[in-house]
Design a protein around this ligand. Structure first.
Ligand code: NAI
Length: 337
């Protein structure tokens, strides 16, 4: 198993450095061969060289690695996040990672949330009319292709079924955003026909957000276009207890290589203080091991996280642990399983 690691910026570097020993230990316990190579793609390199995602990076990742772990990108010195877009969107598009999976293990049951990851309002299509510094009109187009929506839905519905869930909800806004909304609903109905085990329904995104907060147990599998999925998953992270607990996997339905990253950003407000929560990053390692077919070590990591969390936690989840203090608990729990 060859893993490319991009620590990134701010607490991304801290949580990745803290979490990697858990990968080493679980690999040792389960006799897995896991090699890690680190890449310094992030703000410092961008400011030094003007390069975000280097030429040939996508081809190298495809040829040499099974998975990518990304900490977080974002730096106050680059307010427009130009480097982050270059790297993150470059990887998502370059590796065709059209599926973003964010499991939400809530007290009311796990919601398996799937978000389309490459198109919609994030397709990068648009522009302005008028003077560049004071445009009179600004346009971002919401673009979806039949092929991508179909691949996204087929893969996501399959994963929801395989997770043993019966109910699935499509989130959309077809009353106000009719063209892409209609395409999504048409393809959802067509793809659902191949999954008789699933009971499919759909909801407008505004009503969905209302119900998600009031009654999360109403949902099992959820599939959503890019922007709606982005917003919903942060509501989900809040329901989980904080951004520091939420992990995600970005997947290409046609390839083994996938990218794993915590949902949170680079948190400049706490970077360097030693209290960033590494929970989500360790959970990313579990999702990665699952994805690569190593279920037992993935379960061991999840159990160790649960044990560590029962004993303590970092301040963002109401505890007093430092980043390394929490990881000491995780490693001890792993050793004692
Ligand atoms: P953020 O997720 O970095 O932080 C939001 C709040 O949650 C902050 O108060 C932060 O201290 C706290 N927080 C986040 N993760 C935490 C953790 N692991 N442990 C403890 N507390 C944690 O979002 P924000 O502040 O909006 O963005 C900061 C930078 O990160 C920006 O440049 C933004 O563009 C970028 N960003 C990058 C993402 C990525 O790399 N995928 C995702 C979201 C934001």
């Amino acid at each position: 198993m060859r893993i490319a690691v991009i620590p990134g910026d701010g607490i991304g570097q801290e949580v990745v450095a803290a979490a990697l020993p858990a990968l080493d230990l679980v690999a040792e316990i389960f006799d897995l061969d896991a090699t890690v190579e680190q890449f310094d793609w992030g703000a410092d390199r961008w400011l030094r060289t003007g390069v975000g995602l280097p030429e040939g990076a996508v081809a190298q990742l495809r040829a040499e690695f099974d998975a990518v772990l990304l900490g977080a990108l974002g730096d106050p010195r680059i307010p427009d996040m130009a480097h982050g877009r270059d790297i993150l969107l470059g990887l998502r598009r370059g590796l065709d990672l059209c599926v973003n999976h964010r499991p939400l293990p809530l007290a009311t049951g796990t919601i398996e949330l799937f978000r389309e990851n490459t198109q919609g309002l994030y397709a990068g299509v648009g522009g302005t009319v008028g003077p560049p510094d004071r445009p009179t009109v600004a346009i971002d187009e919401c673009v979806y292709t039949r092929d991508t929506v179909q691949r996204f839905l087929r893969y996501s519905l399959g994963r929801i079924r395989d997770a043993g869930q019966r109910r699935v909800t499509l989130v959309h806004k077809a009353n106000a955003v009719p063209h892409t909304g209609r395409l999504w609903r048409e393809l959802y109905a067509a793809e659902l026909a191949a999954f008789p085990e699933l009971d499919g329904t759909d909801e407008y995104v505004d009503a969905f957000c209302y119900h998600l907060v009031r009654d999360p147990g109403r949902y099992q599998g959820v599939v959503a276009p890019n922007l709606f999925g982005d917003i919903i998953s942060d509501i989900g992270a809040a329901l989980l207890g904080g951004l520091g607990l939420a992990a995600s996997a970005s997947i290409c339905p046609q390839a083994r290589l996938a990218l794993f990253e915590p949902v949170h950003g680079s948190a400049p407000d706490i970077a360097g203080t030693g209290v960033a929560n590494p929970y989500a990053t360790v959970l990313c390692l579990a999702l990665m091991l699952d994805h690569l077919g190593h279920r037992a070590p993935a379960d061991a990591l999840r159990a160790a996280l649960a044990a560590a969390r029962a004993e303590g936690g970092t301040p963002d989840v109401g505890g007093h642990d430092t980043t390394s203090g929490f990881m000491t608990r995780v490693l001890a729990a792993l050793r004692h399983q």
